[in-house]
Design a protein around this ligand. Structure first.
Ligand SMILES: Cc1ncc(COP(=O)(O)O)c(C=O)c1O
Length: 382
């Protein structure tokens, strides 16, 4: 299978790993990545251990699975060892950061109207205690010009918190440039990469961001309940979060309630016991992501996104996407007057997409093919 200039080798290799394609056209990875046979096998492995060995599996097996997951997440975003903390979801990762900052001299946090709102909520919840949230309004619903960050970030800014890929436009932000703008004024930069890691190459060290959060739900194929927070190693020792738990303690099995001695590494930003079922599902998904390679995934999903955009335009639809192909990810917004009804009708025809205000949101991944697009477009604009 190929598209102009790009051989689609990954769909041929991996589609059979995802049983949903036996009965559906799945085009909704940006809501929930498809379940792989490998994730199911790894979850079964966990269940078998739980059944056979109960808690005795903690010390020689499950503890190691947590370390394996921190390391695998680290590899996917180019983080050095010890720079990744596990969390159950992005909101919890954001809380660890927001509760580590000092808002005394720098009360301001800059976010944007296109970020997933859980970012803004994290700091809006702190407005009563003096935090000021500056919400940058996207002029076009697609992106946020860098000049807006330049104007907003000042000596009173503690943090810029925004997305790597916007969840309703698919536009890729220049995270490195945003980090530079923040750092020039002495502020920190947090990037929510939930819509990026997996589908676009990420190197947190090259981006020079201070925090990067992502997780299993979408493009990393791990399902619900498992996420992570990268924290820049040089910054970590200075972080003293006002939320804590025994996983942050450097000797958690001392069970000593008299003193909180934090890990030296990013685990100081963890709190409690991770959900092992989710951890195992994620390990299965990450095995595929690493095997396929994020560069190859990007090459093929970029070609698929362009195919979808061109096909939609050819049928008179006007996808809302970033103007330049290089700034687009595999999230394609197709305008619709009644997106929920259309998404429901599509689902009845076993074509799985999602609804967002004014749009049907379509997100092909490396397991999709141009035929999936034809099936969708034929339905939307016969
Ligand atoms: C960019 C982004 N961030 C965060 C979330 C969700 O946050 P949480 O993991 O806290 O539910 C989503 C969607 O589920 C998202 O698209």
């Amino acid at each position: 299978m190929s598209l102009p200039g790009v051989d689609l080798t990954l769909a041929a290799r991996y589609r059979a790993e995802f049983p949903i394609f036996e009965h559906a056209t799945y085009l909704n990875s940006c809501s929930l990545g498809a379940l792989s046979r490998r994730s199911r096998a790894r979850v079964n492995e966990h269940l078998d251990l739980w059944e056979r060995r109960g808690a005795s599996a903690w010390y020689d097996t499950w503890w190691g699975a947590l370390a394996e997951l921190r390391a695998a997440y680290g590899r996917v975003v180019g983080a050095p060892a010890g720079a990744v903390a596990l969390h159950p979801h992005i909101s919890s990762a954001l809380a660890a950061v927001s509760e580590s900052l000092d808002y005394g001299r720098r009360p301001k946090v800059v976010v944007t109207s296109l970020d997933f709102p859980t970012i803004a909520y994290q700091w809006l919840a702190k407005v009563p205690s003096g935090v000021q949230v500056e919400l940058l309004q996207s002029p076009d619903g697609i992106g946020v010009p860098l000049e807006m960050y330049e104007r907003a970030v000042d000596d009173r800014t503690a943090l810029v918190a925004t997305s790597h890929v916007f969840f309703t436009s698919g536009a890729i932000q220049d995270a490195a440039a945003i980090a530079r703008i923040a750092h020039r004024r002495g502020a920190l930069c947090l990037i929510d990469g939930y819509q990026a890691a997996g589908q676009v190459p990420v190197n947190v060290q090259a981006l020079d961001v201070d925090f990067y959060a992502s997780g299993g739900l979408k493009w990393l194929l791990g399902g619900t309940g498992v996420a992570f927070l990268y924290a820049r190693p040089e910054l970590v020792p200075s972080l003293h979060p006002r939320v804590a738990g025994w996983f942050a303690h450097r000797e958690q099995f001392r069970f000593d309630p008299s003193a909180l001695e934090l890990h030296d590494d990013a685990r100081r930003l963890e709190t409690g016991t991770p959900a092992l079922m989710s951890v195992y599902a994620q390990l299965g998904g990450l095995e595929i992501i690493e095997e396929a390679g994020v560069d190859a995934i990007r090459r093929e999903t970029m070609a698929l996104a362009e195919d979808l955009i061109e096909g939609a335009r050819a049928r008179g639809l006007s996808p809302k996407v970033a103007p330049a192909a290089a700034d687009r990810s595999a999230i394609v917004m197709l305008p619709s007057a009644e997106p929920h009804a259309v998404v429901k009708r599509l689902a009845e025809a076993r074509i799985i997409t999602d609804a967002r205000p004014g749009h049907v949101r379509v997100s092909p991944y490396f397991y999709n093919t141009p035929d999936d697009h034809r099936a969708l477009l034929e339905f939307l604009a016969p």
